[in-house]
Design a protein around this ligand. Structure first.
Ligand code: PHE
Length: 451
């Protein structure tokens, strides 16, 4: 079965493979715009606290679940308790919702790489450029298809190892480049205000929505609550220190997100002249702000091209892991061949992604609960389904199977240092917080109760 599932995760170092899945558009594109929108420093603070508690405990639980059972998501839940296979299905549904719209954004990155390679860097810095691009009908669709096809090609050809090797070099380069861009943008006139906004928490910006957004982002960024880490865990060797691996992935993932924020948010202040409305730009923030930074830099066109190339790779390693999960799910479920399954998933994603792309243009007036398509899929997966899956996983680990099974698995290589934290978070803190936050924010979205 492992053979069939391609060797992407199997033969490579666990941390690298997991980090390849975790680090992606979530860190570079999604984190900065959420931090900008939800209060800057307070969002960062809440995110960090959640990462060290929820993120740690859930990731450890998921990886332990996978390693203990040696199975991917549905099988893993079922193996520990027959009555819970449905939870595996629910988790497996999440990547199917994310992959199509993730690929729409992946398409935007591909487009920007092409723009920088063809010498249009200056035009891309124009105020109307991004909006003009995504509101078209044909072009964003073409780039979305290209990104989706790249992902599918890697999955079908099973050349993930090649991609992984390249990204092993690309990732450190991305870190260095992000650092260079961040430092550069800190020195832009007016940027200091942005640094303050990003780093100093302002408690008056705090709300349940801040916590929900940070929590959804945490799950998304660390590829949690959707079965992916369970599958990765199933490939992890018994002699690897699980606790330490979780810490490594967390530090890496959070570090990149933090730097992406430092790259984007101060620049927003620098280029908007301190106009706070610019912070609420949403999904377009990175695409609007960074081209301006590159345009103001010497050699910015080259830096821009390099940047979008690196982001494209980070996005691809994530989308490949998303597609792998979906494909292997159907393979296992229906016994279909790998090629056939990949084609089915590819077509499904193309169809599902079209509304997310057109929702920025011709279909902008079609709203679901007030959201455009892309934002709706993002909301349903990140703010509803993932918290629900996370809550149920906590129940499963904490009360159905009991933490001991997991603690034993994590302690295989030595003492589980954060055992107490693990138990308290899984049994009490996480479930209570998730329910409270989920309830209040859903009421908020439905307009029933303003918080
Ligand atoms: N974690 C990835 C990111 O930050 C997104 C992703 C989610 C990848 C789920 C795989 C699974 O971009």
């Amino acid at each position: 079965m492992n053979e069939k599932r391609s060797s992407f995760t199997g033969k490579l170092g666990f941390i690298l493979a997991a980090a390849g899945s975790a680090v992606g558009l979530g860190n570079i594109w999604r984190f900065p715009y959420l931090a900008a929108k939800y209060g800057g420093g307070i969002f960062l603070l809440v995110y960090l606290i959640l990462a060290l508690t929820f993120g740690f405990a859930l990731m450890a639980a998921e990886i332990a679940l996978g390693r203990k059972t040696g199975l991917s998501v549905v099988g893993a839940f079922k193996a520990l308790d027959k009555r819970f296979a449905w939870l595996g299905y629910l988790a497996a549904l999440v990547p199917m919702i994310i992959l199509p719209y993730y690929s729409v954004i992946g398409g935007w990155v591909t487009k920007y790489l092409a723009v920088y390679l063809t010498g249009d860097a200056h035009a891309a810095a124009g105020d109307e450029y991004f909006g003009g691009f995504i509101s078209q009908t044909g072009e964003p669709l073409v780039w979305f298809f290209i990104f989706m096809a790249l992902t599918a090609l890697v999955v079908v050809l099973g050349v993930d190892k090649g991609v992984e090797k390249v990204s092993k070099i690309m990732m450190p380069v991305l870190v260095v480049l992000a650092l260079v861009i961040a430092v550069y943008s800190l020195f832009l006139p007016g940027a200091l205000e942005g640094v303050k906004y990003y780093l100093i928490p302002d408690f008056s910006n705090f709300s349940a929505t801040t916590v929900l957004a940070a929590m959804g982002q945490l799950f998304y960024s660390m590829s949690l609550a959707m079965g992916i880490m369970i599958t990765y865990g199933s490939y992890m060797k018994k002699d690897v220190d699980l606790e330490q691996s979780v810490h490594h992935i967390e530090i890496f993932d959070t570090g990149i997100a933090f730097m992406a924020g430092l790259m984007v948010i101060p620049s927003v202040f620098a280029f908007s002249g301190g106009d706070e409305a610019a912070l609420g730009k949403g999904p377009g923030l990175m695409f609007i702000t960074l081209p301006k930074v590159f345009d103001s830099m010497k050699g910015g066109a080259i830096i821009g091209a390099l940047f979008f190339l690196l982001v494209l790779f980070a996005a691809l390693t994530s989308s490949i892991s998303l597609m792998e999960t979906v494909v292997s799910f159907f393979q296992d479920k229906f016994g279909w061949g790998r090629k056939f399954t990949s084609i089915v998933v590819f077509i499904f994603c193309l169809l599902m992604g079209i509304p997310s792309s057109l929702g920025n243009g011709v279909w902008a007036d079609i709203r679901i609960m007030g959201f455009q398509f892309l934002d709706f899929f993002d909301f349903i997966s990140n703010s509803v389904m993932m918290p629900v899956v996370a809550f149920l996983t906590c129940m499963f680990v904490g009360y159905i199977v009991k933490p001991k099974t997991f603690i034993d698995e994590i302690s295989l290589t030595g003492k589980f240092k954060s055992e107490k934290l693990f138990v308290v978070v899984i049994k009490y803190v996480a479930p209570v917080c998730i329910v409270l936050i989920l309830a209040s924010s859903i009421l908020d979205v439905l307009g029933i109760m303003k918080i």
